[in-house]
Design a protein around this ligand. Structure first.
Ligand SMILES: CC(=O)N[C@H]1[C@@H](OP(=O)(O)OP(=O)(O)OC[C@H]2O[C@@H](n3ccc(=O)[nH]c3=O)[C@H](O)[C@@H]2O)O[C@H](CO)[C@@H](O)[C@@H]1O[C@H](C)C(=O)N[C@@H](C)C(=O)N[C@H](CCC(=O)O)C(=O)O
Ligand SMILES: Nc1ncnc2c1ncn2[C@@H]1O[C@H](COP(=O)(O)OP(=O)(O)OP(=O)(O)O)[C@@H](O)[C@H]1O
Ligand SMILES: N[C@H](CCC[C@H](N)C(=O)O)C(=O)O
Ligand SMILES: [Mg+2]
Length: 489
């Protein structure tokens, strides 16, 4: 419970009508969650305008309305606050309501197209191993030390975010590592947070359905760095063309990591096998359990972050070398069939190319590489043909299938993908809409020593069709089908 005026601290107000001393018992941006004593924030969304729900919020007991446009009807006893940007106001209000928890621990945000979950998961495990109470906010799961809280988004909404951070603080967490998605940055889910540092992994084609142009997507990521306070750190991948852009207008201390460019944190890949990566990192030779060149970047980002947070280099490397990858990232499904079965969350062109190039490096030449891949419905359509082309160019056989069609017709998504198949690639491609059948077909094609990659869903345990999340786990289906078809003796 807090007074409205205190919750509105740092929010720039345009006009006020009503009592600023009103006691507020909860915050909501969804009218369906309003109760007696709630302050309702009306946000204009992609589907509807939250301003439409002001009167129903008041009926449900809202005592304050924060909005961009004042309603005609302003019942007595309810405070009305006009702001320029409701979503930004919501960020600051949520931070104030929960006692500004981000100021009470070291919060590090990781952004970039790929590698966010991998980096924050490693950082969480690392800081646990170093003995700290640590929080995690990620696509896969949110954690307070080892306690798991379900994650619905890569970056939660401002209220959930600050509430969870406050729980972390109350449980003694000194650090929190969080993914900061471009949607969250643009939608101000992170407004009002105090970051100790931010990390940029890379930028490639993704989410153009939402950001419309690549420039807008770059700008969204850059905002995280533009808003960092003086005294915090910005750590960017300097091998990525957009690394320097992220640093252009930041007040934070600037740091770089790279394999190729001049940088503060450098590594050299000594060996890269299906067992892991051997790196020369800061003059030390260290083995890591993560697979693939691209993970050298993630490991460097994690190493740099830990050192910037004041940890000792050798201790960081010692602990980091013991850590496992995030679930569903280059995860091997172990069977006795002699077939190498891999599940990976590659759902962008760049990720798919990286994973298949990594597989290419391991193969000795005779194996058949079979890729099963789909593209999400109601998401970026432009990436569909590109991903199909990459799958074909870098595999021997490809099965196009469904990956969370959501409210689109699976056949339409598959047609978009097929547009990327060149005539010469056509004969190596099959289209099987049902993902289980597609995985089954891949298993039936595979012979011992062959490699199957099932890409796009990684850790996900569902297939989302028309708003319903049906149980589906690539790892389980792959294991079940391999054992069924290639009955081990
Ligand atoms: C496109 C997008 O990002 N949408 C997010 C956005 O919803 P929206 O703008 O569409 O909201 P809306 O449905 O138009 O409603 C507008 C407002 O009216 C309110 N409302 C609505 C109905 C009602 O009866 N009463 C009411 O008050 C809503 O609560 C909302 O405040 O704000 C919501 C609240 O924070 C999010 O849950 C929602 O995420 C949707 C479900 C989603 O799928 N988002 C994905 C694309 C996403 O955010 N992904 C990123 C990145 C993924 C990654 O690369 O890892 C993530 O961080 O997860
Ligand atoms: N540094 C990297 N560069 C390029 N590709 C990567 C990198 N790290 C991971 N990948 C690929 O991207 C996939 C997703 O990785 P991860 O989940 O860590 O990314 P993310 O940024 O959290 O994704 P999301 O936007 O969905 O949250 C991995 O399964 C792998 O194929
Ligand atoms: N965080 C990403 C995940 C995509 C994963 C893929 N399986 C899909 O559903 O498109 C998104 O929401 O766009
Ligand atoms: Mg993620």
């Amino acid at each position: 419970m807090a007074a409205l005026k205190d919750i509105l601290y740092k929010v720039s107000l345009q006009s006020v009508s009503g009592n600023m001393e009103t006691e507020v018992t909860s915050l909501a941006f969804d009218s369906r969650k309003v109760q007696d004593g709630t302050a309702f924030v009306a946000v204009k969304g992609t589907q509807v305008d939250g301003h439409e729900f002001i009167s129903s919020s008041i009926e449900s007991g809202a005592v304050a309305i924060i909005c961009e446009e004042m309603p005609q009807d302003q019942p007595e006893g309810v405070a009305f606050i006009q702001v320029q940007d409701s979503s930004k106001a919501l960020g600051f209000m949520a931070a104030n309501f929960y006692g500004n928890p981000s100021e009470k621990l070291k919060l590090v945000g990781v952004t970039g197209t790929n590698g966010k979950t991998t980096c924050v998961t490693l950082l969480h495990q690392l800081f646990r191993a170093l003995g700290y109470n640590t929080g995690l906010l990620s696509t896969v799961v949110n954690k307070i030390n080892e306690e798991e809280l379900p994650a619905t988004h890569t970056t939660p909404d401002a209220i959930t975010l600050n509430e969870t951070l406050a729980q972390m603080v109350s449980k003694g967490c000194t650090h929190c590592f969080m993914e900061s998605s471009s949607h969250a940055i643009v939608q101000n889910r992170i407004a009002g947070l105090k970051y100790q540092g931010a990390v940029f992994t890379n930028l490639s084609h993704e989410h153009l359905d939402y950001h419309k142009t690549f420039d807008e997507y770059i700008k969204a990521k850059k905002l995280l760095f533009d808003n960092l306070p003086a005294g915090s750190f910005a750590l960017v991948n300097y091998d990525d063309k957009r690394g320097p852009i992220m640093l252009q207008n930041t007040k934070a201390w600037k740091h770089k990591f790279a394999l190729k460019s001049f940088a503060d944190y450098k590594a050299k890949i000594l060996s890269n096998t299906l067992q892991g990566l051997e790196l020369d990192i800061s003059g030390y030779t260290v083995w890591f359990k993560l697979i693939g060149d691209f993970n050298a970047y993630n490991l460097l980002a994690v190493f740099g972050t830990a050192v910037l947070l004041g940890e000792e280099e050798t201790e960081v490397l010692e602990q980091l070398s013991n850590l496992d990858p995030a679930p569903g990232r280059f995860e091997q499904v172990i069977t006795n069939t002699g077939i190498t079965a891999l599940v990976d969350y590659a759902h962008t062109p760049d990720a798919l190319e990286n994973v298949l190039s990594t597989i290419k490096e391991f193969r000795t030449g005779n194996e058949t590489v079979i890729t099963v891949v789909g593209c999400g419905g109601n998401r970026d359509k432009d990436k569909r043909p590109i991903m199909a082309k990459i799958a074909c160019d870098l595999s021997d056989k490809v099965i196009l299938t469904s990956d969370n069609p959501r409210f689109e017709e699976p056949g339409d998504i598959l047609k978009d993908m097929q547009a990327g198949i060149t005539p010469s690639n056509f004969r190596k491609t099959l289209t099987i809409e049902d993902r289980r059948e597609a995985i089954k077909a891949a298993c039936a094609m595979a012979q011992p020593n062959d490699i199957i990659l099932v890409a796009g869903k990684g850790h996900e345990t569902y297939q989302e069709i028309k708003g319903v999340r049906n149980d589906f786990d690539d790892r389980k289906v792959l294991s079940e089908m391999l054992n069924l078809i290639h009955k081990p003796n």
